[in-house]
Design a protein. Structure first.
Length: 670
């Protein structure tokens, strides 16, 4: 621990009781966590008695890798996981005590949205055109607050236009019928399990003598209760977080969990990490001044042993196209001294990306847009997953409806509606209905025949997947026999699109091969599907960075949390963009300020803000006002200028090279 600073050493060495480590941005939080684990093991704590919980699989993997590098193979005996993975493991063992099946499936957001849309369209609980995503978000918030449908009804009142309590109740009923849980259920049901069965909770308390929670400022009420139950009143629990980086209130995170830690543990030790190893002092002083405007926070002041560094730039542009032009020209003017991958454009909202992408494309400026068009959200991949989900869980009626006519097998909308009606009247699952001769005979001959063939293939492969063997081989054979691989060619036009989707399916099958290899050919379909369902955004992104080694990164500020870049550019520094226009009516100005603080503290060396005089809204250019956050920054740390003043003039050599490139490009086009 010789290279830890005094505060880091104190945090890593405080091994008993409750400890809150307030880890400011760039203060070496992960280093402290890893050394704390090493100190626990050195003090005689068994590795298997340590539970470390974080929020993303990526963070859990990195933590495990660093512990392994420091301690060797004993890291494999520790439990390092996300909240959701930990709870899924608890429920796999004990959920039968709540009258659920242990082979439950886990629904992803696409599955959930589809089910909500079906409920809205078929059961008349709310307007069919109502936003399913909005309703699902409200259900998620209710579960995060540990509210069931009845409690939700009490909170929202009888005249709720979303009919949220009714939709919530029906959604839970349908999910339970299909033996499916969503992410929020994993937390909700673990809490219920431990409340109703204290003997099971006692098993986990006995197993884990030391609990460590990372990114504690992002916890919601359900996660807080899991921590409190597991730690007990006198437990050894260390939480690491930063209230100034609490930016997920919109999805249920409760900043009071970190602000009121001493209310849960009266003898808690509070340790502040304030020495920053990332940013220059001008950046840190600016961030400190900004965040000091918030009232709901714990005092801390970041500082660095680095030099002062360059001042911040605030660049006034004419409109959004002028702003996008400035961003591209500024980055190009820094070439070749600053590699493209050193630049990050951070956006308050995804919609800002369109104009910037168009300008970067015109300027032939390579970029990577992070957080959109996930590989695993493509229709052909979601269909493939639904096929596998149905093989694992024949009771999954929603997956059945998704794939029953994929590829087209002679079942029109009328036939599918007839199957729905049979299900409503009989109460039987689709898996049972398609075994009824009278049901098949009531359908057009081609449809009834193909449905019977589909049932036979599903039955055969359910048996095959229950036997030992490579999942890849079974899945490839299944998709071949069910005509999905070749059927993609008939489903999509033009031919190039069909081939692209087929390549995507084969790439998905490669993930099964990788899983087989990792599990030494002992993998199970249920485990593969659970691992897939528990993936987070970091896991689901295709590694576009690897495809574009030197490219500008474009992402939202939320997605950038935990990352750092030498140069950060923040477009749209205007009122109603940043802070967001809803923040005033929602009372979330302080969270918007924390979000701006997160953007600022991603920068290692330079931070460039831009804002426009006018911006197009609903087709018309309107005057806009600068963000109030600009006024809250120390004005002596900012240079206000126009795009022309901000862009470094090109050297003679660069001008000559640019002319040569233009001549070469012109010649190649002739």
């Amino acid at each position: 621990m010789s290279y830890l600073n005094p505060e880091q050493a104190l945090a890593a060495g405080s091994l008993s009781g409750a400890v809150l480590v307030l880890a400011g941005a760039g203060t070496g939080k992960t280093t402290v966590v890893v050394h704390r684990i090493a100190n626990l093991i050195a003090a005689g704590v068994e590795p298997q008695a340590i539970l470390a919980v974080t929020f993303t699989n990526k963070a859990a993997r990195e933590m495990k890798e660093r512990v392994k590098k420091l301690l060797g193979d004993c890291a494999d005996q520790m439990s390092i996981s996300t909240f959701h993975s930990f709870c899924a493991g608890v429920l796999r063992r004990h959920i039968y005590l709540l009258d659920y099946r242990r082979d439950f499936g886990i629904a992803d957001s696409s599955y959930q949205n589809g089910l909500i849309r079906e409920i809205l369209s078929t059961e008349g609980l709310a307007a069919p055109k109502m936003d399913a995503g909005l309703i699902l978000h409200q259900i998620s918030l209710a579960k995060a607050a540990l509210l069931d449908p009845d409690q939700c009804r009490e909170r929202r009142g009888a005249n709720d236009p979303l009919c949220l309590a009714q939709v919530y109740a029906r959604y839970q009923s349908r999910m339970r019928q299909m033996d499916m849980l969503d992410f929020d259920d994993l937390l909700l049901l673990t809490n219920q399990l431990w409340e109703r069965h204290p003997d099971i909770l006692a098993l986990y308390r006995e197993k884990y003598s030391h609990l460590l929670i990372d990114e504690y400022q992002d916890t919601n009420a359900a996660q807080l209760q899991i921590m409190l139950k597991l730690a007990g009143t006198n437990g050894n629990v260390a939480v690491v977080g930063d209230d100034d980086q609490s930016i997920y209130g919109w999805r249920g995170a409760d900043i009071s969990n970190i602000l009121q830690f001493e209310a849960f543990f009266t003898d808690a030790k509070i340790i502040r990490l304030e020495q920053n190893y990332r940013s220059t002092n001008i950046i840190l002083n600016s961030a400190n001044a900004l965040i000091a405007k918030n009232r709901s926070r714990r005092h801390k002041r970041l500082w660095s042993a680095q030099a002062a560094g360059e001042k911040l730039l605030a660049v006034l542009c004419k409109d959004e196209r002028d702003e996008a032009d400035f961003l591209a020209k500024f980055i190009l003017s820094e070439q070749p001294d600053t590699p493209l991958h050193h630049f990050a454009l951070l956006l308050r909202s995804n919609h800002q990306a369109r104009v910037i992408e168009e300008q970067f494309t015109r300027a032939k400026l390579p970029y990577t847009l992070i957080g959109t068009n996930s590989f695993y959200q493509r229709k052909e991949i979601l269909d493939a997953i639904s096929f596998l989900q149905l093989l694992h869980n024949p009771r999954d009626d929603f997956s059945f409806l998704r794939i029953v006519n994929v590829p087209p097998r002679g079942l029109g909308e009328t036939s599918i509606e007839k199957l729905r009606e049979y299900r409503r009247v009989s109460g039987m699952r689709f898996n049972e209905l398609i075994r009824q001769e009278k049901v098949l005979q009531s359908l057009p001959e081609a449809g009834g025949k193909s449905l019977n063939e589909l049932r036979e293939i599903l039955d055969a492969y359910q048996k095959k997947f229950a036997q030992p063997g490579l999942l890849y081989n079974k899945a490839y054979g299944f998709f071949k026999d069910v005509d999905y691989i070749d059927g993609l060619g008939r489903m999509y036009k033009p031919k190039e699109d069909a081939l692209h989707r087929k390549d995507n399916l084969l790439e998905f099958l490669n993930s099964l091969a990788e899983y087989d290899e990792e599990q030494r050919q002992q993998g199970r379909l249920a485990e593969f599907l659970e691992r897939f369902a528990l993936q987070d955004d970091h896991d689901r992104r295709k590694d576009s960075q690897a495809q574009k080694q030197d490219a500008v990164t474009i992402m939202t500020v939320h997605a950038a949390k935990g990352l750092e870049f030498p140069v950060v550019m923040l477009p749209g520094c205007e009122r109603h963009i940043f802070p967001h226009f809803r923040s005033v009516e929602d009372g979330t100005e302080e969270e918007e300020r924390r979000l701006f603080y997160v953007a600022l503290t991603r920068a290692k060396q330079r931070f460039i803000m831009s804002y426009a005089e006018k911006r197009r809204h609903q087709g018309k250019l309107s005057l806009v006002r600068p963000s109030p956050f600009l006024d809250e920054l120390p004005q002596e740390n900012i240079i206000y200028c126009t795009p022309e003043k901000a862009i470094r003039p090109a050297s003679r050599e660069e001008v000559q090279q640019s002319l040569l490139d233009m001549i070469e490009e012109f010649s190649s086009e002739q």
